[in-house]
Design a protein around this ligand. Structure first.
Ligand code: PLP
Length: 351
């Protein structure tokens, strides 16, 4: 009921999409149905994309097998993600009522195309229907990047496998062209999501989601009672159909303020400064014999540990956090416990 809110959101998501170098097929300016929408969180974006994928595959399977019931089809649907994907991906599967398989990453914690291909082929042999893949660009634990290009090829070689990209944290860095190599293959995705509220100076909540074919989500959620009908139906995106709630806040306005206040170059410098600070911290760790890095530093996250036992590192964390000056959140992969220094405050300086 507020066309100005909708219009600004359409324009802001096009600005933001161009800032990231997203292909035009994701943007409203391409003139088709594609475009972006602001969700509250990355978890919602993953669920919404899963529901779109589910609607698309259901229609396709029903055309092939009109004799199958919805329940028959639903029990065969299967999705995939890296074992290192965020827990919200598993939750999306639970909420969407479908199976999601966590696949083993390579030794750099990236999901690779070959692993996905084998899993999909194995499931097809079992009579299952692969329909959804989440590629993570910047995993929560250690900021690893799935091989989107390889994964995209595998998805494209099967019919109706929807590829969603979860770049919740690292997506902000793609406003700097030098980091876009990490999203190579993005044109093969169906949906892309990142949280400007994580690392782009936008206040919580603001999670940007782009869809090439929003019609599957609109169709999945569309119930149109008389009290929600209006004269302008079809003339602009009706964002209530692109999300789970009906009501929505005017979140595009704060995005407008951030982009107009700072401008693209300032935001690029902001990201570059954080990554440089992370590399400085990396150097401090590697030049001190007591410490080791757990993961290659690509963004503003440094995963490090004291050489020695997990318990020693737990004690170090307890002391650091106990002082109340800085706060670190740990993680553990394959039984190795490590600390994570995340540069993410606008006030962080070298000192
Ligand atoms: N995906 C990734 C890669 C994340 O790092 C996170 C949060 O840390 C999420 C999803 C969940 O984000 P949200 O709180 O926006 O649902």
């Amino acid at each position: 009921a507020s066309p100005a809110c909708t219009e600004l959101e359409v324009v802001m998501l096009d600005w933001l999409g161009q800032m990231l170098g997203l292909p035009d097929e994701f943007l409203a300016r391409s003139g088709g149905e594609a475009g972006g929408v602001i969700q509250g969180t990355a978890s919602e974006a993953t669920l919404v994309a899963l529901l779109g994928a589910k609607a698309r595959v259901m229609q396709w399977v029903k055309e092939q097998h009109p004799e199958w019931s919805d329940t028959d089809i639903l029990s065969k649907l299967v999705g995939y993600c890296n074992k290192q994907a965020h827990s919200s991906v598993e939750r999306a599967g639970l909420l969407g009522g479908v199976q999601l398989r966590s696949l083993k990453p390579d030794n750099k914690r990236r999901l690779r195309g070959e692993t996905l291909r084998e899993a999909i082929e194995e499931d097809i042999r079992k009579g299952l229907i692969p329909f959804y893949v989440v590629a993570t660009l910047g995993t929560t634990s250690s900021c690893a990047f799935d091989d989107l290009d390889e994964i995209g090829d595998v998805c494209k070689s099967h019919e109706n496998v929807w590829l969603h990209v979860d770049a919740a944290y690292a997506g902000s860095a793609f406003i700097c062209p030098e980091y876009r190599y990490l999203m190579k293959g993005i044109e093969k995705a169906d949906s892309f999501n990142f949280n400007p509220h994580k690392w782009m100076l936008v206040n919580f909540d603001c999670s940007a989601l782009w869809l090439k074919q929003p019609r599957w989500i609109v169709d999945a959620f569309n119930v149109d009672p008389l009290y929600l009908k209006h004269d302008q139906q079809g003339s602009a995106p009706d964002y209530r159909h692109w999300q789970i709630p009906l009501g929505r806040r005017f979140r595009a306005l704060k995005l407008w303020f951030v982009l107009r206040l700072h401008g693209v170059e300032y935001l690029q410098e902001y990201i570059r400064k954080h990554i440089a600070l992370a590399h400085l911290y990396e150097k401090l760790c590697t030049s001190d014999d007591r410490f080791e890095l757990y993961e290659e530093v690509t963004m503003g996250l440094v995963c490090f540990r004291l050489k020695g036992s997990n318990n020693l590192n737990k004690e170090l964390l307890r002391r650091i956090n106990g002082r109340g000056k800085i706060h670190l959140v740990p993680s553990e992969i394959d039984d190795i416990y490590f600390l994570r220094l995340a540069i993410c405050s606008r006030y962080t300086e070298e000192s």
